[in-house]
Design a protein around this ligand. Structure first.
Ligand SMILES: Nc1ncnc2c1ncn2[C@@H]1O[C@H](COP(=O)(O)OP(=O)(O)OP(=O)(O)O)[C@@H](O)[C@H]1O
Ligand SMILES: [Mg+2]
Length: 227
């Protein structure tokens, strides 16, 4: 049984529709899902099934057409854009398929970047960034720009960036899709290690059956519905 207190994310009767010309496209259809603290959860499903849409709702990047999202028990529907940005900065880390590092910043500066909204001094920010770069095994590359790193190395930096503000939850949209199989597996192993060591909750989407096998739980989507 899941205790209500241990539920970090609750998706309740969520639908998302996109207006597309005169048509309405149903990207998510009445989804309900609870994710508890420290889960390592995979979202699986074919292309177009709604995985990214669901991650965007949970990450408060986009809002549902119907239904509610709760993060740590708080319904986010009535948050204003400023409160949402604050929630995202403090509670949620993002990892993307295409790494999305800032090209003009070094690896260390990229990791430090999410801390700019926090009232902590420069030295402490740098220390934290260094600590997380070390955690992902990238401290020797702190001065490298993204284009001076391999795909797997960039994704390690992106993981450090997602973790630097100690979020409760990390959302990863196909984090291994642009990596060869072996590198993808090592990225997943790193995420799993962090999940076990510092108990960060991960929700990641994937097409890769071998990546799914590493999940603690798999949630399957098809045509915007849970199956
Ligand atoms: N901004 C948008 N406007 C209109 N339709 C959209 C928009 N974003 C997504 N969709 C549609 O919603 C559906 C779900 O898309 P979504 O990106 O969530 O799928 P996905 O499971 O992440 O697919 P993939 O595995 O290819 O990344 C698709 O039919 C897509 O075309
Ligand atoms: Mg997607």
């Amino acid at each position: 049984m899941m205790l209500e207190n241990d539920i970090l994310v609750k998706v309740k009767d969520v639908s998302k529709q996109y207006a597309f010309g005169k048509q309405t496209l149903v990207a998510l259809n009445n989804i309900s899902l609870s994710v508890s603290r420290s889960e390592f959860l995979a979202l699986a499903g074919p292309s177009g099934s709604g995985k990214s849409t669901l991650l965007n709702m949970i990450g408060c990047i986009d809002i549902p057409t119907r239904g509610s999202i709760y993060i740590e028990g708080k319904m986010i529907a009535n948050y204003n854009p400023n409160q949402l940005a604050d929630l995202r900065a403090k509670k949620i880390g993002f990892i993307f398929q295409t790494f999305n590092l800032l090209p003009v910043l070094s690896a260390l500066e990229n990791v430090e970047y999410p801390l700019r909204r926090f009232a902590i001094d420069k030295r402490r920010r740098r220390e934290l960034a260094k600590r997380y770069l070390k955690l992902v095994g990238m401290h020797e590359f702190s001065g490298h720009r993204p284009n001076q790193l391999s795909g797997g190395q960039r994704q390690r930096v992106a993981i450090a960036r997602a973790l630097v503000a100690s979020p409760s939850i990390v959302l990863a949209d196909e984090p291994t899709a642009n990596l060869d199989h072996k590198t993808g597996e090592s990225i997943l192993e790193l995420m799993k290690q962090i999940n076990e060591d510092i108990r960060t909750t991960f929700i990641f989407s994937t097409h890769d059956p071998q990546v799914m096998e590493m999940a603690g739980r798999i949630v399957r989507l098809n045509d915007g519905e849970l199956v």
